[in-house]
Design a protein around this ligand. Structure first.
Ligand code: DQA
Length: 143
């Protein structure tokens, strides 16, 4: 199974963001961890991160012909980007939305996601482990 993991805006500096909220893990540690889980779980993963909304949309389009499953953490775009909503709407494969932090326990504006109704599952507030859970959910779907 081929899974694309797209991390969005400000996740490149997640290691410098509030450690009480994000745990202090860097994006490269997170991606290394995801690649390790993928090899344990016997699937192929491609991790990408960008601060450009257009690039994030382009990568969704690229994944249309490549991925059998999609893991998305669009960061703050999750809460307002209808462009990302429209790109994600194109996927015929399962999509899991992941947030490191518990967006429901933070500011009110973080409770809404443009991906609502489009995703197979949401994994929220589980830190890096949430990506492992997302991989497992996608693999369970494909079997
Ligand atoms: C986040 C939650 C978003 O509200 C926030 O804007 C982020 C990170 C998370 O992983 O917890 O940048 O997506």
């Amino acid at each position: 199974m081929r899974i694309v993991v797209l991390n969005g805006v400000n996740l490149d500096v997640v290691g410098r963001r509030d450690p009480d909220v994000y745990g202090g893990i860097t994006i490269s540690e997170l991606e290394t961890q995801i690649y390790e889980w993928a090899s344990e779980l016997d699937c192929t993963v491609r991790c990408r991160q960008t601060n450009s909304e257009g690039e994030f949309v382009d990568w969704c389009h690229d994944a249309l012909d490549w991925a059998d499953g999609v893991i998305l953490n669009p960061g703050a775009w999750s809460h307002y980007s209808w462009a990302i909503h429209d790109a994600v709407e194109l996927f015929a494969v399962p999509v899991v939305e992941v947030h490191l932090s518990d967006v429901n326990a933070r500011e009110k504006w973080r409770r809404f996601s443009v991906l609502e109704g489009l995703v197979t599952a949401r994994v929220i507030g589980k830190g890096p482990e949430g990506y492992r859970e997302a991989l497992e959910l996608l693999l369970a779907k494909s079997s």
